[in-house]
Design a protein around this ligand. Structure first.
Ligand code: AMP
Length: 392
C-alpha cells in the first residue's frame, strides 16, 4: 500500500494484542490505511460500523483485526459444539471468501482461532468434514452455501459475537439479499452482536438494510477515488430516451471509437441493451453482477483480444475492469451516485492515454447531472449530438 493510502495512525497505537501485532509486523503493516484509521478506534471498542470503502483500501484487514481482537478479548463459552461459529463474515463471491480467509490466516497466524470457509462450487464434503473435526471461531462464507449448512443443522449462528457483511452493494446486485436476510434471522439480535458492514456504494436498498442490520452504527467513509479525470474528454449529449439506441449504434461505426465500454444503471437495462446490440450484429459482452466470475473473466479476455466491439456493464461489475486502451466510455444512463460517474469515466484515459466519455442525458436522468458536476467541481459540456449520429 503506497504512502498516499496510509494515515498517520500506527497499529502500535491501537493497543492490539501482541499476537495480532506480531503478525502485522511480519506483514509490514505499520500505518493504518485511512479506512482502518477511521473504523478501528470504533470497531475495537465494540461499536457497529458501516463503512464506505472499496477493494484496495485495506477494508479486509480493517474488519479482520476488529474480529480477531473481539474474539481474543471475549472468552469463548466453556461448552462449545461443532459448527457453532463465533464470528461470521459473508462475502458475495468465492474468490472474495478465499481471499478474506487467506488474509485471516495471516493476521491470525499467532492466535489459535480456527477459520473455516464455506463456498459454493467447492467440495461440500470436505467443508463438512472440517466442521466436524474442528471447532469454528471465524466462518467466512458465501450466502447460498452458508444457508445450506445452516438448514442442514451443520452450522449454528445463534452464538455469533461478530457479524461482517462485506461488499453489500455487490450482494444486492447479485440478488443475495433474501438469503442474507434469512441468515441474519438465525443470528442474535443486532443489539446482542457486533455488526460491521462494508460497501463501495450505498444505494437506497443497502442503506435501508444497513440500518436494520446494525445498531447505532458509526459511519465511516473515505475520500472518493482521486478525481483524476483530466485525461478524459467529457461530454453530455442531450437526447430523448428513444434516440439513445440509434445514437449508440451509430457510435459503434465512428472510426474514432476503438474500445468502448457502455454503462447502464441496472442489470435488466444492461441485459436488454446487450440483446438489442447483438441483434444489430454488434459484438458485445455483458458484465453484470449475476454472471459467474469465470464467465466475466472470459468476456474481459475476449474484449482485450479484440473479439468484442464493446462491453455493456453495471457499475458494480464495471469496477473490476482495468484495461489500458479503452478509448470511449458511454453512460447510457447517468448513474444515481455521482461517484459511480467518476469510476465509470476512469475506465478510459488510463496509463497516460486520453479517453472520451459520452453521457446520454434524457428527460429521465438529466437531473443526476448537477450532483455529478458538484463532485467534479466543474460543469460538463452539454450539446446536441451531431445529426449523423441520430440517423436511423
Ligand atoms: P483490501 O482493500 O482489503 O483488498 O486490501 C488491499 C491490499 O492492501 C491488500 O493486499 C492488503 O494486504 C494491503 N493492506 C491492507 N492494509 C494495509 C496496511 N495498513 N499497510 C499495508 N498494506 C495494507
Amino acid at each position: 500500500m503506497s504512502n498516499k493510502n496510509s494515515s498517520n495512525l500506527r497499529f502500535s497505537e491501537l493497543s492490539l494484542s501482541p499476537k495480532i501485532m506480531r503478525a502485522l509486523d511480519e506483514m509490514n503493516f505499520e500505518f493504518c490505511s485511512p479506512i482502518q484509521a477511521k473504523s478501528l478506534p470504533y470497531s475495537l471498542s465494540s461499536h457497529d460500523v458501516v463503512g464506505k470503502a472499496q477493494t484496495g483500501t485495506g477494508k479486509t484487514a480493517a474488519f479482520l483485526i476488529a474480529v480477531f481482537e473481539d474474539l481474543l478479548k471475549e472468552r469463548a463459552n466453556d461448552v462449545r459444539y461443532a459448527g457453532e461459529a463465533r464470528a461470521l463474515i459473508i462475502a458475495p463471491t468465492r474468490e472474495l471468501v478465499v481471499q478474506i480467509a487467506k488474509d485471516a490466516q495471516q493476521i491470525g497466524k499467532y492466535t489459535d482461532l480456527k477459520i473455516h470457509t464455506l463456498v459454493g462450487g467447492m467440495d461440500y464434503g470436505r467443508q463438512l468434514n472440517k466442521l466436524h473435526s474442528s471447532l469454528v471461531d471465524i466462518l467466512v462464507a458465501t450466502p447460498g452455501r452458508l444457508l445450506d449448512f445452516c438448514e442442514k443443522r451443520e452450522v449454528y449462528l445463534d452464538q455469533l459475537e461478530v457479524l461482517v457483511v462485506d461488499e453489500a452493494d455487490r450482494m444486492l446486485d447479485m440478488g443475495f439479499i433474501p438469503q442474507i436476510k434469512r441468515i441474519i434471522r438465525l443470528a442474535p439480535k443486532n443489539t446482542h452482536r457486533q455488526t460491521l458492514l462494508f460497501s463501495a456504494t450505498f444505494p437506497e436498498d443497502v442503506l435501508r438494510l444497513s440500518e436494520q442490520w446494525t445498531h447505532e452504527p458509526i459511519r465511516v467513509e473515505i475520500e472518493p477515488e482521486s478525481i483524476a479525470t483530466d485525461t478524459v474528454d467529457q461530454k453530455v449529449y442531450l437526447v430523448s430516451t428513444d434516440e439513445k439506441l440509434t445514437l449508440l449504434t451509430n457510435l459503434f461505426r465512428d472510426p474514432d471509437v476503438g474500445n468502448l465500454i457502455v454503462f447502464a444503471n441496472r442489470r435488466d437495462q444492461c441485459k436488454r441493451l446487450h440483446d438489442q446490440l447483438s441483434r444489430r450484429n454488434l459484438k458485445v459482452g455483458l458484465l453484470t453482477g449475476d454472471i459467474p466470475q469465470s464467465k466475466r473473466i472470459r468476456t474481459l479476455d475476449d474484449f482485450k483480444k479484440g473479439k468484442l466491439d464493446a462491453l455493456v456493464a453495471t457499475d458494480v461489475a464495471g469496477r473490476g475492469i482495468h484495461i489500458n486502451d479503452v478509448t470511449h466510455v458511454v453512460n447510457y444512463t447517468l448513474p444515481e451516485e455521482p461517484e459511480d460517474y467518476v469510476h465509470r469515466i476512469g475506465r478510459t484515459g488510463r496509463a497516460g492515454a486520453s479517453g472520451v466519455s459520452i453521457s446520454f442525458a434524457c428527460e429521465e436522468d438529466a437531473f443526476h447531472l448537477p450532483a455529478i458536476e458538484e463532485l467534479l467541481g466543474r460543469k460538463i459540456n452539454c450539446e446536441q449530438p451531431p445529426s449523423h449520429l441520430l440517423k436511423k
